[in-house]
Design a protein around this ligand. Structure first.
Ligand code: NDP
Ligand code: MG
Length: 381
């Protein structure tokens, strides 16, 4: 039995992680969880899975939930609460599925306690990749990717000599607006942006997919997870999301990972690794039904956020944290109707331009850069 701490249990990855736990009760047990503001859903998860510990954001919500759920689950709150859940002494694995760089400190806490990490929260690695990877190495902890592209690459590299791999090729579906010109992007609405063709995900990552920032964050995530230079990480448009990513080797062979777009598969693999388990609710991939797979070269002038992400990654230091924080602030402003879709890019670009990056930052410098970038981006609204 593996005991699981799940951060972001009320979100989209949270939902699908709970599905995996439901499908394999003999293998996994939820021992601790966190929710954000969705108390109703948190309560229903607590009633079903009976974790020993749960965290929410505010003290008031914690006391409401404690009254509603009884004393068998201890309810904690705030950033301290998230850290408690991440490092819960009975848990073996932390599934980090919160949204945003709020996931960083709990990840570090769990690593310190020797928990294996199943990482969905890419903002953690984008903000502080060198610190997280160094901490994991020091504690002998493995970070298993949940993000489908990284899970794919991880599997393509399995059993291979990594030194023989020349290039990582991440696939991108293109998001909600892949067939629109920049001119047609000027007046798009939040509702249109939230309508992803292939994946059903949380609001922030759905917008990130439409701006292509999601792929940008994934390039930085891949750089840290697999220690590949940015010049050796490519992105290709592939609208069907059937090939989840590929690795090219020095003999020109390319290994690809294929499957239906279903996040429960990489989530389950991160939990069961190195074993594979049945996926009873899963759809098999029948390529004759799919018929054709399409690929297209990435157009960086069409998707400026991807270019910003490569630039931030190559600059390094505090710049990726600034890119990420500015993006979180800009996406929130777009979702609130404060800026237009294309202004997301402008806000990120201006924030990056105003930042003087610090090389080899410690955790405090990264947190300061994160705070500064959010404040600066908001001041531009
Ligand atoms: P959702 O928005 O659906 O869920 C986010 C979760 O985090 C919710 O449980 C939410 O709580 C909680 N949360 C949000 N803000 C805070 C906060 N400040 N403090 C504490 N908890 C908070 O997001 P997704 O599940 O889609 O994505 C989660 C992460 O996984 C992101 O980093 C995303 O990039 C990554 N990811 C997602 C994929 C997907 O298919 N969805 C694929 C690959 C990666 P509540 O709802 O209760 O307020
Ligand atoms: Mg992904």
């Amino acid at each position: 039995m593996k005991y699981i701490s799940l951060l972001g249990a009320t979100g989209s990855i949270g939902d699908q992680t709970l599905d995996v736990l439901r499908a394999h009760p003999e293998m996994f047990k939820l021992s601790a969880m966190s929710a954000g503001r969705n108390l109703e859903k948190a309560e229903s998860i607590i009633r079903e899975f009976k974790p020993e510990l749960a965290a929410v954001i505010s003290k008031e919500d914690a006391s409401t939930l404690q009254n509603n759920c009884g004393s068998s689950t201890k309810i904690v709150y705030g950033s301290e609460g998230l850290r408690e859940v991440a490092a819960f002494h009975k848990s073996d694995i932390l599934v980090n599925a919160v949204m945003g760089s709020v996931g960083l400190l709990p990840t570090l806490e769990a690593i310190k306690e020797g928990k294996q990490i199943a990482l969905a929260n890419k903002e953690t690695l984008v903000t502080a990749g060198h610190i997280v990877m160094e901490a994991a190495k020091k504690s002998g902890v493995s970070i298993l990717p949940v993000d489908s592209e990284h899970s794919a690459i991880f599997q393509c590299l399995n059993g291979e000599d990594k030194k023989e791999a020349e290039r990582l090729i991440l696939t991108a579906s293109g998001g909600s607006f892949r067939d629109r010109t920049r001119e047609e992007l000027k007046d798009v609405t939040v509702t249109e942006a939230l309508n992803h063709p292939n994946w059903s995900m949380g609001a922030k990552i759905t917008i990130d997919s439409a701006t292509m920032m999601n792929k940008g964050l994934e390039v930085i995530e891949a750089h840290w997870l697999f220690s590949f230079d940015y010049t050796k990480i490519d992105v290709i448009l592939h609208k069907e999301s059937i090939i989840h990513s590929m690795v090219e080797f020095k003999d020109t062979s390319v290994i690809a990972h294929l499957g239906q777009p279903d996040m429960r598969v990489p989530i389950q693999y991160a939990l069961s690794y190195p074993k594979r388990l049945e996926h009873s609710g899963g759809r098999r991939l029948n390529l004759w039904e799919t018929g054709k797979l399409h690929f297209q070269e990435m157009d960086f002038s069409r998707f400026r956020c991807l270019e910003f992400a490569y630039e931030a990654g190559k600059t390094g230091g505090t710049m990726p944290a600034v890119l990420n924080a500015a993006n979180e602030a800009a996406v929130e402003a777009f979702l609130q109707g404060q800026i237009s879709f294309l202004q997301i890019e402008d806000l990120i670009h201006e924030t990056m331009q105003a930042h003087s990056p610090v090389a080899h930052p410690a955790l405090e410098a990264l947190q300061e850069a994160d705070r500064w970038a959010r404040g600066f981006a908001v001041s531009l609204l």
